[in-house]
Design a protein around this ligand. Sequence first.
Ligand code: ZN
Length: 411
Amino acid sequence: MDKSSPIASLLEWLDASPTPVHVVQTSVNQLMVSGFIEQIDFSSDLLLKGFYRKDGAIIAWSLGDNGAPLRIIGAHTDSPNLRVQPQPDISRMGWNQLGIEIYGGVLLNSWLDRDLGIAGRVFSSDGEEVFFHHSQPIARVPQLAIHLDREIGERGLQLDKFQHTSPVWGTQAPMFLDWLTQETGVQRIASFDAHLFDVTPASVLGVDGSLLASGRLDNQLSCWAAVEALCTTDSQYTTVVILNDHEEVGSESVTGAAGPMLENLLALISHRDGLRPGQLMDRQRQSWCLSADNAHAVHPNYLERHDPRHSPLPNHGVALKLNGNQRYATSPRGAAHMRGVADSMNVPLQTFVSRNNMPCGSTIGPITSTRLGIEAIDIGVPQLSMHSAREMCGVKDATDLVTLMQGFLRS
Ligand code: ZN
């Protein structure tokens, strides 16, 4: 593959970003290449092109003229996974294992018999923070042999979340903290955040090369596209990208969409622009927020799980997500706006509605519009295997998402 192609940059992004803090670091690298500067001190003036990072979340902006309406894109950095517990060492019958915590709605079966690496960060007792990313296979959750589980064919795989999920990581393994000390060079580790991940690199798939497989496509695909679009679009508007953590567990944290990061930035922008309350309301009305999070493509083996008239197909465009019960934020006005954007950029747009008897998940869209009074539009690339350790989507839909976001930031 051409190393400078957008898909090559997406694959590289995914492999470099096994955890939310790594997603933030990957975003920072890309933003800095495009001239964005990190703002640390907010008592001075807001930078024209800046970003602010906190743990697994980042917000980046490019200011338009005073009072310019806002074009905001939001996505989330976290994905369901297995995380190492604070006191993880287990030794049983010659096997060394790690105690883990299940984060978010994991498809547990997909983590079995995979070669796993470990990544995250440590804090020393004097507050030093060091990231680590061990991409060699060092752990594995082994499945029980069929000979010891004869009924599996009839009753299906049943996993106890406590008993059956601990990975093996050696037969003469060091204590986990000793390994972390070695790995990071930090001598007095006071706490850590360590996530397991499949070490198989992201790859293009299919005899026709039309598909893409990787862990964490939900929702790093949207994070990648949002940063890509922000870095490549000149706009008359003030453009903002916010990548939040903790969406998979309800968004309620300092770095989640229900936290204050976006609201704080908008307050600073309004202050810079010297807007009175009425002008603020006018700007809210003229602004849009695009909430990007992957959608369900129609599954060819489970057609009955989809609404037949609203089933997104692979490589037929990004899906506009609608839900009258407000699980998605898209209003009729927002849908019309987005269809106009898609037309102007010459990319297709599909429509996703979940079946009445299959309630859909939610996104950061409704949370953001409720908090800010800015109308949000939910969209997402259709994918299969959502929340699996390895997910799949169409190559063309990924690049279409960037084009659509570029159009959104300008329209
Ligand atoms: Zn998601």
